[in-house]
Design a protein around this ligand. Structure first.
Ligand code: ZN
Length: 292
C-alpha cells in the first residue's frame, strides 16, 4: 500500500487558486510519481482591468498550460465565467460526474467561509457532491464511487470560524518551482493583482527583476525564526515570501510534532484542514495520503 500511486484532485475557483494555495504540496506529490490534477471551476475571464473577458480567458488558459508544462500537473479549466459560479443542480451533477470519472484518493479545495462568492460556491459544490459520489441513483450514467475520498481545505485567514490546521507540510525543497508556477500567472501577479492593490507602478518590466519582486520582501535565511507579529509588514506583491512563510510561522509547533526539532527552521509551508464531509483522515491513511 505504501507505494500506491495516488490521484490527487485540487479544486480551485480560479486559474491561480490552486497554484497559490497548494502548488507546493502538488509538486511534492509529483516528485514521488503520483498524479495531480488541478481544476479551475471558473474560466478566468474576470481577472483583468484592460483585456476583455474573451481575451483574458484565452490568455489564462495559456498561463495554465505553462504551469502544467513546468510542473507535470494536469490543468483543467471549466467554462463558467468568473464571478458566476452557483451551487445549483446542474453544477452539482457536473462536479459529481467529474470527481467520479477521475476517482481521486484525496481532494483539496476552499473552505465555505471566504470573501469571494466563487470560492464559497466551489467549496459548496464539493461539499454537496461529497455524499452524492456514492449514491447510485444520482447521475446513474456514471458509476458511483465506493467511498467518498478524504477532503482537505486550503489554508486561509478568515476568522468565522478560524482555519484549524490538521496537516502542515514544509515546502522549502520545492519553493523555487512553486514560484516559477506562480510567475507563469503573468496576467494576475504582475497586472491584475497589483492593479487591485494599487501597486501597478511598482512592478518591474524585466522578467528577471519581476521574479525577484514577486518574492519581496524575502524572509531571513540566517536562522532567525519569525514570529506572527513579523508577518505584519507591507508586501507589495500578493505572493511575497512572507505569504509562503505564514503557515510555517503560525504552525511551527505542528511542523516540529510531525518532523521533529530538525524541522524547526522550516521557512515555507502549506497547511490543510480536514473536511468533516469527506472520509476520515486516520493515522493509517494519513501516512499513505501525505507520504512526506
Ligand atoms: Zn480565486
Amino acid at each position: 500500500m505504501v507505494n500506491k500511486k495516488l490521484k490527487i484532485l485540487m479544486i480551485g475557483a480560479h486559474p491561480d487558486d490552486n497554484d497559490f494555495r497548494c502548488g507546493g504540496i502538488a509538486l511534492k506529490y509529483i516528485q514521488q510519481g503520483h498524479s495531480v490534477r488541478f481544476l479551475s471551476v471558473c474560466d478566468g475571464s474576470g481577472g483583468h482591468h484592460i483585456m476583455s473577458p474573451e481575451e483574458i480567458r484565452i490568455r489564462r488558459r495559456k498561463e495554465a498550460d505553462a504551469v502544467a508544462a513546468i510542473s507535470g500537473i494536469e490543468y483543467d479549466i471549466w467554462d463558467i465565467p468568473d464571478c458566476e459560479v452557483v451551487a445549483d443542480i446542474e453544477n452539482r451533477k457536473r462536479m459529481v460526474r467529474y470527481i467520479r470519472e477521475y476517482q481521486p484518493d484525496i481532494i483539496f479545495t476552499h473552505r465555505n467561509n471566504d470573501y469571494h462568492a466563487d470560492h464559497r460556491n466551489v467549496a459548496l459544490l464539493v461539499q454537496d457532491a461529497s455524499y452524492l459520489l456514492i449514491v447510485p441513483n444520482f447521475c446513474p450514467d456514471i458509476q458511483p464511487l465506493k467511498e467518498t475520498p478524504v477532503i482537505m481545505y486550503f489554508y486561509d485567514k478568515f476568522k468565522n470560524p478560524y482555519f484549524e490546521p490538521d496537516i502542515v507540510i514544509p515546502i522549502d525543497d520545492v519553493i523555487d518551482t512553486k514560484y516559477e508556477m506562480i510567475h507563469c500567472n503573468t496576467s494576475q501577479v504582475y497586472e491584475w493583482l497589483p492593479y487591485t492593490n494599487g501597486v501597478l507602478n511598482m512592478v518591474p518590466k524585466d522578467e528577471g527583476e519581476r521574479k525577484k519582486w514577486l518574492r519581496q520582501p524575502t524572509v531571513p535565511k540566517d536562522g532567525t525564526l519569525l514570529s506572527e507579529k513579523d508577518l505584519d509588514i507591507f508586501k507589495p506583491s500578493n505572493n511575497s515570501e512572507y505569504r509562503e512563510a505564514t503557515p510555517a510561522v503560525k504552525y511551527r509547533q505542528k511542523i516540529i510534532e510531525r518532523y521533529g526539532e530538525k524541522a524547526k527552521g522550516t521557512l515555507f509551508a502549506e497547511a490543510f484542514q480536514v473536511s468533516e464531509y469527506g472520509k476520515n483522515l486516520t493515522e493509517k491513511n494519513s501516512k499513505i495520503l501525505f507520504p512526506f
